[in-house]
Design a protein around this ligand. Structure first.
Ligand code: SAH
Ligand code: MG
Length: 215
């Protein structure tokens, strides 16, 4: 059974079959974290992040949703000079992320802001060349104006899990409690698409990823 229900099973299987795995200590940890069920970026979303970081060479990155620090560390490994701010509110994740940042982020390029992203984003100033949104799917529409404010002109914006197991396109959730998320993500995708200050492409890889550039 396909994990996200976005593409055909045989396509996803093939992509995973031919895909070259990341190597190194972080990649070893990545496998362990994913196997333990943590919601870290899927392998191919990691690949996309690496490619965008290499192309863009961002000096300042904002991430919403640290989890245990995987995607932050992957970005940092790809652009070692980048300053990264990452937001997380779950105390359990914060504790683990601190351990991982201690191990991998020797140059202390990554700063974790602890608390609710909605509140932190409102108070946040400065400008970012790359924003990776990967938390609180039901809040994406409210985060968008803040992200837009914080993103430089020419900045790149990536948002993850936007198709939410395919239910956004189907228009109905699997369970009642996911109804709000599905409705909000649909609203979010239409907002982002309609915003002429952005050029956006919705990639049906993994759980659905948007890639946008702010004009
Ligand atoms: N970007 C990470 C995965 C993030 S998973 C990676 O790829 O490695 C999403 C994370 O967002 C979870 O750890 C969850 O606790 C956090 N989160 C959810 N809602 C949040 C909120 N409102 N504010 C801050 N963090 C939030
Ligand atoms: Mg995600």
């Amino acid at each position: 059974m396909e994990k996200f229900g976005i593409t055909f099973d045989h396509i996803t299987e093939y992509l995973h079959l031919i895909r070259r795995e990341r190597t190194g200590i972080l990649a070893e940890k990545e496998k362990i974290w994913r196997a333990s069920g943590l919601p870290i970026a899927e392998p191919e979303v990691g690949d996309l992040i690496e490619i965008i970081c290499t192309l863009k060479q961002p000096k300042r990155i904002l991430e919403i949703g640290t989890c245990v620090g995987f995607s932050s560390l992957l970005m940092s490994q790809t652009v070692p000079d980048a300053e990264i701010i990452t937001i997380e509110r779950n105390p359990v994740m914060i504790k683990d992320a601190k351990v991982n940042l201690e191990q991998f982020d020797k140059r202390k390029k990554i700063t974790m802001l602890e608390g609710d992203a909605g509140k932190i984003l409102k108070d946040l100033n400065g400008s970012f060349d790359l924003v990776f949104l990967d938390a609180a799917k039901g809040q994406y529409p409210t985060y968008l104006p803040e992200i837009k404010r914080l993103l430089v002109s020419g900045g790149v914006f990536i948002s993850d899990n936007v198709l939410f197991n395919g239910y956004v396109a189907k228009g109905t959730p699997d369970r009642h409690r996911n109804k709000t998320i599905v409705v909000r993500l649909d609203e979010y995708l239409k907002m982002l698409e309609a915003d002429t200050d952005f050029k956006t492409v919705l990639l049906p890889i993994s759980d659905g990823v948007t890639l946008s550039i702010k004009k």
